[in-house]
Structures are given as C-alpha cells and as structure tokens.
Design a protein around this ligand. Structure first.
Ligand code: DP6
Length: 332
C-alpha cells in the first residue's frame, strides 16, 4: 500500500459516484467536547490521529449547513449570513475540502449557520465539517453509513468525525495507512443528569489554531512522546466510567487528560499557552469547590474557556459559583 494516501484516493474508495442527486441539500451537526482529547496527527492530509479520543455532543449547539449547486466562477462560502472573501482562510479550507466533489461546470454555495461563536474555544470546525459531510451525502445521495460519514468529516477536521453522532462518541485512532479504520463510533450509553457548563473567558480569535498548535507540539515537544499512550489509557478509563456511571472516575480522568494535553503545548518551543489569568482563577475555584465536597471537574480545548463537568444535583451550586455559565444536559 502507498505510504501516504491522498484524500482523493480515499474518496475514490469511499463514495460510490459523483453525480449530484439534487441541486440543494442540508446537513446539521452538534459540537462535541472531548473528555479525552485528540492532540497530534500521524498523517496530516487525512487527519489521522496519533491517539483515540472520546467526546460528548452538546445538543442544540452546532452548525446547520445548506449546500447549493450554482453556476458561478467560484465557490461561495456564507458564514452566519455573511459572504466570505475567497481569500479568507475559512473559505480556502472549505474550497480545498470541496475540490474532489466539484461537479463539472458547477460551483458550491455553502451557507453555514453556527449556533456557537466561531473560534470561541467551542470547536465549530467539528460541527461544521460534520454538517458539511452530511450535506454532501444528501446532495449526492450516497447513503453512507455513519462510520464512512465519520471518515468524510474527519478529512475536513479531525474532531468532526465525532460530531456525526449525538451523545458519547469514540474516535478510534486506527492503524491503517489509508485511515479506513480511523472511524468514530457512537456509544449507546446515556447519563441523565450529566451536565456540562460552558464558562466563557474570552471569545476572541485565539493566537494559534488547533491544526497548527498540534503540529508544533508533535514536532517540538519532548514531553509529547508520553502523550499517545496516556491518552489511549484514558479513553478506556472514560469509556468504563460511562458504562458504570462512575462520575468521579470520569471527571478525574477528563481533567487530568486536558491538563496533560496543555502541558505538552506549554513544553513545546515556541510555547503555546491558551490560558488566560481568568482561566487559572476558574480552575482554582473548581478545586476549591471540590474541597468543599461539590464534585465538579473541568476540561479545556485550544482556547482559554473552560467546560465544567458535574451532575445535576450540583447545578445550583455551580450556577452560584459561576455567573453567566451556560449549562447543557445532553441526556436531560
Ligand atoms: C483540542 O479537530 O480542530 O479540540 O483535525 O486539525 O481540524 P484538525 O484539528 P481539530 O482539533 C481539536 C483539538 C482539541 C481536542 C479535541 O477536540 O479532541
């Protein structure tokens, strides 16, 4: 097998044809928060990860996408009702993603509505590329199964593979060069009362995106060597915790996983630090609450905002401690 498969080769294997079935299609997906993170790629073109990851979807927060075939000179990307310039990095990334699917003589008009602020530390690329993969599947009527859809979404953004599902999702890192086993799977377990609190510290554009941040870490961080094995172990622990509804194990493992990922970022050169002073204050508040017997943990992604993990019984205490927190209970 070719050592470095291209996106085009994978698409040839994955999809049955390139004949559009209609002129307009839709896709919709939720954002997801990784409880055990994806950080590092073993292959960049296909977004093949160095480690597996496990997430929870946030119902109602995500992306709605409409894809229309139009006669035009260029693809058009609309984000929240605004037409983006063709040289906008967001449009260029989309152009690049859509290139293998372009029907001859027609262009794509992509209208995307995000219900989360772009670059707010809530991974909108995850819901964005999952919604786009679903819209493509609808436009061409490929009738792909969820695992194949997760591959399609993953080639846009790794974390998008998990946003094909609702609830808990596990993205297997896979071993194959072509990534056909690097698929996400939905976990059937539910957890009534399981709560996620979004603590916004700063919603402005972050200094370095996750794609570049993880590349830099993989290349220039000696501590990173320890990460893949740790992450793999923690995915298993969290999966068990979900199966057994062991909240302490889940929370401790998720927080430890997030801090370990951030430790690899800080130990790269030049350093990457997404935290702000207020992020650290929020962490300290969480640790104090735990000392007072309120079981709350946090996770953080490539940004300064915190995502709190707790059970419904502590909702009031959390609302009192964190003003303006947004709380989501994925399973009611
Ligand atoms: C810290 O999926 O945004 O949120 O594959 O380059 O698009 P690309 O990266 P992306 O990285 C997400 C990193 C993370 C952890 C996670 O969601 O697992």
């Amino acid at each position: 097998m070719n050592m470095n498969m291209t996106k085009q080769q994978i698409i040839n294997q994955l999809i049955p044809h390139l004949q559009p079935a209609k002129l307009q299609a839709k896709g919709e997906a939720d954002v997801n928060i990784a409880l055990s993170k994806y950080w590092g790629k073993r292959q960049t073109e296909l977004n093949l990860p160095t480690n597996s990851s496990l997430s929870i979807g946030l119902p109602g927060l995500g992306t709605k996408t409409q894809l229309t075939l139009i006669e035009a000179e260029h693809n058009q990307a609309w984000l929240n009702n605004q037409l983006l310039a063709p040289d906008n990095p967001f449009s260029q990334r989309l152009d690049n993603y859509l290139a293998p699917f372009q029907p001859s003589g027609l262009k794509f008009k992509l209208q995307t509505q995000n219900t989360v602020p772009t670059a707010a530390g809530l991974a909108s690329s995850a819901s964005g590329y999952a919604a786009l993969a679903l819209a493509l599947n609808d436009l061409f009527d490929w009738q792909l199964d969820p695992a194949s859809l997760s591959i399609l979404a993953r080639m846009g953004s790794g974390s998008a593979s998990r946003s094909i599902y609702q609830g808990f999702a596990l993205w297997h890192k896979g071993e194959r060069e072509d990534g056909m086993d690097s698929v996400a799977q939905g976990l059937s377990h539910t957890w009534p009362g399981f709560s996620i609190g979004l603590v916004k510290i700063d919603v402005n554009q972050k200094p370095i995106g996750s794609t570049a941040g993880m590349q830099q870490t993989v290349k220039h961080c000696e501590l990173y060597q320890a990460w893949p094995a740790q992450a793999e172990r923690q995915v298993k622990l969290i999966q068990q915790a979900i199966e057994q509804r062991d909240f302490t194990r889940l929370g401790e493992t998720a927080e430890h996983n997030a801090l370990s990922m951030h430790a690899t970022m800080m130990a790269t050169w030049p350093p990457i630090l997404y935290w702000q002073a207020e992020s650290v204050s929020a962490m300290q508040k969480i640790w104090q609450l735990r000392q007072q017997g309120i079981e709350v943990y946090f996770t953080m992604d490539a940004g300064p905002n915190l995502k709190l993990l707790f059970l419904a019984e502590n909702k009031k205490a959390i609302e009192t401690a964190f003003e303006n927190i947004t709380i989501i209970q994925p399973f009611g």
